[in-house]
Design a binder for this molecule. Structure first.
Ligand SMILES: [Mg+2]
Length: 385
């Protein structure tokens, strides 16, 4: 069990590991100087003309790239890609919900991540913010810096990105591309009935504290892929955890179903404890969490009893409480609305677990199986610490 001074903290998340030759070949970050002296740069080689046309019979430029991979007709937006601005018209009585998230190689993803997974995640993390407000997705813009116009990479990236966009009826309406270190910035626009957005400031003493889906699996995958796990994960467990890390599911339907039910909400991107801290601060309250629920929250634990948790109890707690990259919804609701919370989760085909309660006394208190308050400190990920 955890005692004082065990130093269990949310360690730094860094997406870096040695690449083998196959991984290097997949990565768009493959440096140009790896070519043999005098060897032609394949990215600058003119592409053969497609049958019946000559659109790509020259090196692909910025506008070709946009036209080929990112230009799609819009149905809901008044005007999409191709003019100086996109035009959006939220329905009468709705407010626009707007959020931006940036993904940087080495900080948010591995250099060899599958481009389709990266496209999915880049939009998923933004949709997760809309979900936390209870907003319905409308449209997004994409600002993309690329080391080079690698068509295989662009094909995979755009497929992953646009498949998730289609799933949520979220239209790509504009953006920018430039050459530079790989960097993906998406701004997403949603709509929510005026005055009904879920905020971080609405938690009240006595409210239940809930979390959707699963926590900690993404961090488990990250640690395993970096060789930081004390034991080797079974391949199937690693594959499932890696799916959670690379292809998170934004809880968009749940967010909308919780409008008028939840008193506050946030999405878990930097770790449960850290993101809960934002609710506690904004609401001027404290909270307690029952840590014995941790094995039920991590999918990789598969319902093991606490004393039989694989990968170690301390690793489990660290991943669940401070892992990050979960993109689940953390929310509060009065105890009288438990049935409504459960109905919202059923309607959204996900699950919601009550993990604790909001208290008037500021601060966060973690309790173990014996009902004792734990001393271990868990920190959320912070990019500048
Ligand atoms: Mg967020």
């Amino acid at each position: 069990m955890i005692g004082p001074g065990t130093g269990l903290r949310g360690s730094k998340r860094v997406y870096s590991h040695a690449l083998n030759e196959e991984q290097k070949a997949r990565s768009i970050l493959r440096p140009a100087q790896e070519r043999a002296p005098g060897q032609e740069n394949p990215d600058r080689k003119p592409k053969p003309a497609p049958p019946g046309g000559c659109a790509y019979a020259r090196p692909m430029g910025e506008f070709d790239l946009i036209a080929r991979y990112f230009h799609r007709p819009v149905r809901r937006a008044a005007l999409g890609v191709g003019d100086d601005c996109a035009l959006l018209a939220p329905a009468a009585g709705m407010q626009l919900a707007v959020s931006s998230d940036m993904l940087v190689e080495g900080r948010h993803f591995f250099a060899d991540v599958y481009p389709a997974h990266l496209g999915h995640k880049a939009l998923a993390v933004n949709l997760s913010d809309l979900a936390a407000c209870g907003a319905r997705p409308l449209a997004f813009t994409l600002a993309l810096a690329l080391p080079r116009a690698d068509e295989a990479w662009l094909q995979g990236f755009s497929e992953g990105l646009l498949a998730l966009a289609d799933e949520h009826g979220c239209e790509l309406v504009g953006g920018d591309t430039t050459q530079g270190p790989l960097n993906i910035c998406i701004t997403v626009f949603g709509e929510v009935p005026a005055g009904q957005a879920m905020l971080r400031s609405g938690a009240r003493p006595g409210d239940d504290l809930w979390v959707s889906g699963h926590l900690g699996d993404a961090r488990l995958a990250l640690d395993a892929l970096q060789g930081e796990m004390p034991v080797q994960l079974p391949p199937q467990v690693l594959a499932q955890a890696r799916e959670r890390l690379e292809r998170p599911t934004p809880r968009v339907a749940l967010g909308q179903a919780l409008r008028g039910v939840a008193s506050s909400a946030i999405d878990v991107s930097d770790g449960l404890v850290g993101d809960l801290g934002h609710i506690l601060q904004a609401s001027g309250v404290g909270a307690r969490i029952d840590t014995t629920l941790a094995p039920q929250l991590m999918a990789a634990c598969d319902g093991h009893a606490p004393e039989h948790v694989p990968y170690g109890w301390e690793n489990l707690l660290r991943c669940v409480l401070a892992g990050g990259d979960d993109y689940e919804l953390l929310f509060t609701a009065p105890p009288g609305r438990r049935a409504q919370v459960e109905a919202a989760a059923r309607q959204a085909a996900t699950r919601a677990t009550c993990i604790g309660a909001i208290e008037a006394e500021p601060g966060l208190r973690l309790f173990d199986a014996q009902g004792r308050q734990m001393d271990a400190q868990y920190l959320a990920f912070d990019h500048f610490r």
